[in-house]
Design a protein around this ligand. Structure first.
Ligand SMILES: CC(C)(COP(=O)(O)OP(=O)(O)OC[C@H]1O[C@@H](n2cnc3c(N)ncnc32)[C@H](O)[C@@H]1OP(=O)(O)O)[C@@H](O)C(=O)NCCC(=O)NCCS
Length: 226
């Protein structure tokens, strides 16, 4: 905590305020498949069931009562979504039906997610391979505006969880044209591992970090206590 922001972890039985994190995700990452599948999918399934059941974990950063940043991760990059689909087929069918009823064109997004998952199984060869799935901070709370990197605080929190669970490597897929995110990851010491990631509608690249490799010193990181 930096005196103004408060980090609230979720996952492993604890749900986030699903509306808060889904709203942030939608506003900050409108091209994300999770967003394009619609609010029912994001709130009820992705940030609902999947966080309660431990498929996804992360944290939300609050300033007063306002959610200003989030990070969402998985300990199982290869199989978290297929495993969840097998375990909760009826719940998934229900949210997808609602989603497609409102916008039948979302069938293309379902196909995209399927391609992404198939590709992930093929390339994430290492067992216990984690992934940072999404993260973002509202523009007015980014380091350039506030002097404090909430993104870095969230990322370091996620890494403490990856390390505690013995994850051997962590991946992050980023839109190729996302210069701020690329700069952010590279500054922390992530390494570019692929310059093209098949399956994604938007051209994407992939970074990797292995626990044991020291993350670079940040600008102003303080250990989260919240
Ligand atoms: C990525 C993000 C979380 C970074 O938050 P932040 O508070 O700006 O983080 P930091 O300042 O610690 O690091 C960002 C770095 O990118 C740089 N940067 C910011 N905007 C940039 C831009 N448009 N082009 C190039 N570099 C940029 C910053 O100067 C900083 O680099 P520096 O440390 O050398 O000064 C934020 O930009 C964001 O929420 N973006 C929208 C959501 C998103 O793209 N998420 C990632 C994909 S899942």
């Amino acid at each position: 905590m930096n005196g103004e922001s408060r980090l609230v972890p979720f996952g492993f039985g604890v749900s986030p305020a699903a509306r808060d994190v889904a709203e942030l995700h939608e506003r900050l990452l409108p091209r994300s498949p999770v967003v394009r599948l619609g609010r029912h999918f994001a709130e009820e399934f992705y940030y609902g069931i999947l966080t309660r059941r431990g498929y996804i974990f992360g944290a939300v950063s609050y300033r007063a009562a306002t959610a200003v940043g989030f990070i969402a991760c998985t300990l199982d990059a290869r199989g978290f979504m297929p495993a969840a689909a097998r375990r909760y087929p009826l719940q998934l069918a229900r949210v997808l039906s609602k989603s497609l009823l409102f916008a039948p064109g979302r069938l293309g997004v379902v196909r995209e997610v399927w391609r992404i998952m198939t590709e992930r199984r093929r390339v994430a060869a290492v067992e216990r391979c984690g992934e940072v799935l999404s993260y973002g901070v509202s523009a007015e709370h980014r380091r350039a505006a506030s002097g404090h990197s909430i993104a870095e605080e969230l990322t370091r929190y996620a890494f403490s969880v990856f390390e505690a669970h013995g994850v051997r490597e962590v991946h992050a897929i980023v839109d190729t044209d996302n210069a701020a995110s690329r700069r952010f990851l590279e500054r922390l010491g992530w390494r570019l591992t692929r310059t093209q990631v098949p399956g994604w509608a938007t051209p994407s690249i992939e970074y990797v970090w292995r626990p044991g490799e020291q993350l670079s010193d940040g600008h102003d990181f303080q250990q989260p206590t919240g």
